[in-house]
Design a protein around this ligand. Structure first.
Ligand code: PLP
Length: 386
């Protein structure tokens, strides 16, 4: 019998999705106004324990608005990791600013030690500004990404950021539900530790609204600015008066209906993903040269994506392994190419990138959907053994 395809990460829509979306359609509230939008904003803010949130079209537009709200503009620079999805970086360019690329540490998030070293050795502080000595430009902010749902070293990063008074934008697009269980940030959720955080509800994320995103913050002014910009910067709804150049980034009521139903199930999704992660981990112990990237110890991660490291001890290289999996109908994906080496960003500054380069040819993501079964994992494992 030919066995079926095992995808990398697919939506799981068995809760109240159909019910809520049907209601939105019956009520004929399908666009950027409607009761589900505000309920979804309220519920997400409550879940991660922040003052408020702004629902947007996707994670990318959320990051764009977060940068705008923080005043990032023409000729500014923003520190960002090179090891991530390019949507964490492109919004910096949308603002007319440039990224300065940093390395990552073993968590796959921004390396706090190199960040400090860069600011100490390569920058000068001039009044309220941090100036990059090699470009003479002002560094305005830091973008941190919680890669695969694993918390970046927020204790280390916030310590440096506070010292230089640089606002941190958390790209928590992959990490809704991840929080610290120990240490000085105990109880804090990914996305709520810096100045402003962004979630994504794209189809491959742990919860989905088809496409969608959410900005979260404890700074009400930043939230107000973000919402204002997301709705064309309109100050008078009748006469259509606008006070700046805004965007059409507001989430729709249908997306929010999906989101509410997904949020109800998020803790269940995390539970399944955690148990599948452990199941993989146990089975992989007997395969020499393969191991899963661990999640940060002092946290409860959301276990979104499983990163598997392929070392020299394994019987074949990364690309051969991916082909082997594909032949068995098992989807996998290599870790991203580094952004500072890609065409739009080759001319940008990149500071001491070593660890990220080392990972490049040795990491893949393996199936991790929240509805993945142990039987399916057994099939993945037997292919890895073969
Ligand atoms: C998914 C993702 C985004 C963008 O989110 P969209 O909703 O797809 O626009 C940004 N950064 C990272 C790291 C992501 O994984």
């Amino acid at each position: 019998m030919k066995s079926s395809f095992i995808p990398l990460s697919v939506p799981n829509l068995k809760g109240n999705e159909l019910k809520y979306v049907t209601k939105a359609i019956e009520d004929e509230w399908v666009s950027t106004a409607g009761p589900y939008i505000e309920s979804f904003e309220k519920e997400v803010a409550r879940y991660v324990n922040v003052k408020g949130s702004v629902a947007v079209q996707n994670g990318t537009s959320g990051i764009h608005l977060a940068l705008k709200a923080l005043g990032v503009s023409n000729e500014d620079e923003v520190i960002a990791p090179t090891l991530t999805f390019i949507a964490a970086v492109n919004p910096i360019t949308y603002c007319g600013a440039s990224p300065v690329f940093m390395d990552s540490d073993q968590s796959l998030g921004l390396d706090a030690i190199k960040l400090r070293k860069f600011l100490e050795e390569e920058c000068v502080v001039n009044g309220n500004n941090v100036i990059n000595k090699s470009t003479n430009k002002v560094i305005k902010a830091i973008v941190v990404v919680h890669v695969f749902g694993n918390m970046a070293d927020m204790e280390g990063i916030m310590d440096v950021a506070d010292r230089y008074k640089l606002p941190v934008i958390e790209d928590a697009t992959e990490a809704i539900g991840t929080y610290y269980t120990d240490g000085s940030l105990k109880g804090k959720y990914a996305g709520t530790i810096g100045k402003i955080g962004v979630f994504s509800f794209n189809g491959n994320k742990i919860m989905t609204t088809g496409g969608g995103g959410m900005i979260v913050s404890n700074d009400v002014e930043l939230l107000n600015t973000s919402k204002h910009l997301s709705t064309q910067a309109k100050i008078d709804p009748l006469y259509y008066t606008h006070d700046e150049v805004g965007y059409n980034y507001r989430m729709t009521n249908i997306q929010a209906a999906l989101g509410l139903a997904q949020l109800e199930q998020l803790e269940g999704f995390i539970k399944n993903k955690k148990s599948n992660y452990k199941y993989y981990q146990d089975k992989l112990e007997s395969i020499s040269g393969l191991s899963l990237i661990p999640f940060r110890k002092e946290t409860r991660p959301n276990y979104w994506f499983y990163g598997m490291v392929i070392s020299e001890q394994y019987s074949c290289n990364r690309n051969e392994l991916m082909e082997k999996l594909a032949k068995e109908g098992i989807q996998s994906r290599p870790i991203w190419d580094l952004i500072h080496q890609q065409k739009p960003y080759r001319e940008r500054q990149a500071y001491q990138i070593n660890y990220s380069s080392k990972l490049l040819n040795h990491v893949i993501n393996i199936p991790c959907s929240s509805n993945l079964t142990e039987k399916e994992i057994d099939r993945v494992i037997s292919t890895l053994e073969g």
